[in-house]
Design a protein around this ligand. Structure first.
Ligand code: DX5
Ligand code: ZN
Length: 216
C-alpha cells in the first residue's frame, strides 16, 4: 500500500491534491503533525485533520511528532484520524496511549526515531495495528533514506510472525522506487517528495509494483 505524505503537497490546494492522489491509486493519506518541540518544525494540527476528513475518500494515517501525545489523542481521533501513530520516545507510558487510541475507536500505531532501538517497540506490538519505521530523522520531508534502518523492518517482521499479530509495517522517509525495493518486507510505503515531485500515478504505481518505473 502507498500513503503519500501531504507534507510535500500544495497546502493551498489540499482537497485537490488528496483527490488527485486518490485517483492515482493511493491507499491512505499520510498526515505529518509536528509541534516544534518533539521535532524542530511545525506543520498542521487538529482543525486541519478535521477538514481533511470531510473531503478525503481515503483513510487518514496521522503521524504525531509531538510531545505528550496523551493530551491530544482524543481530539485527533474525534477529528477523524483512522490510524493514529505516536512516537515511543514522546511519552512516559506509550502502552497506555496506544490502548486509549484503540478504546477511542481508531487504529493505533507506534513509531521510533532512527537512533531508538527496535527493542523499545517490540513489547508494544500486541497493542498496535501499525508499526512505523522511520528511515529519516523525523521533522522534514526530502531527506535521504537511511539504509541502516532496514534491519529494523526484518526484526519487526520476525516478531510479528512469532507473536502471530496482524500489525502492519509502514516505512517513512526518503522512500522512492529504488529505496522501496530495499524495504520489501514493509506493507505500507509513505512517500512525500517522491509522489508529489513526480507524476502521481507513475510514482504511486512504481511503489506498489515494487519495480523501477523504467522496468515496467
Ligand atoms: C518526516 C515525515 C515524513 C516525510 C516524508 O518527519 O514523517 O512523512 O513527509 O517525506 P519524504 O518522502 O520526502 O522523505
Ligand atoms: Zn510521517
Amino acid at each position: 500500500m502507498v500513503a503519500p505524505s501531504i507534507l510535500s503537497a500544495d497546502f493551498a490546494n489540499l482537497e485537490k491534491e488528496i483527490k488527485a492522489i486518490a485517483t492515482a491509486g493511493a491507499d491512505w493519506v499520510h498526515v505529518d503533525v509536528m509541534d516544534g518541540h518533539f521535532v524542530p518544525n511545525i506543520t498542521i494540527g487538529i482543525p486541519v485533520v478535521k477538514s481533511l476528513k470531510k473531503i478525503s475518500p481515503l483513510p487518514l494515517d496521522v503521524h504525531l511528532m509531538i510531545d505528550e501525545p496523551e493530551k491530544y489523542v482524543e481530539q485527533f481521533v474525534k477529528a477523524g484520524s483512522d490510524y493514529l501513530t505516536i512516537h515511543v520516545e514522546s511519552t512516559k507510558d506509550p502502552a497506555a496511549v496506544l490502548k486509549n487510541i484503540r478504546a477511542l475507536g481508531a487504529k493505533a500505531g507506534i513509531t521510533l526515531r532512527p537512533r531508538t532501538s527496535v527493542q523499545d517497540v517490540l513489547p508494544l506490538l500486541s497493542l498496535c495495528d501499525l508499526v512505523l519505521v522511520m528511515t529519516v530523522e523525523p521533522g522534514f520531508g526530502g531527506q535521504s533514506f537511511m539504509h541502516d534502518q532496514i534491519a529494523k523492518i526484518s526484526a519487526l517482521r520476525a516478531e510479528i510472525s512469532k507473536q502471530n499479530l496482524k500489525c502492519l509495517i509502514e516505512v517513512d522517509g526518503g522512500i522512492n522506487a529504488e529505496t522501496a525495493l530495499l524495504c520489501h518486507e514493509a506493507d505500507v510505503f509513505v512517500a512525500g517528495s517522491y509522489v508529489f515531485g513526480n507524476d502521481y500515478k507513475s510514482a504511486i504505481w512504481a511503489l506498489k509494483d515494487g519495480k523501477l518505473p523504467s522496468s515496467k
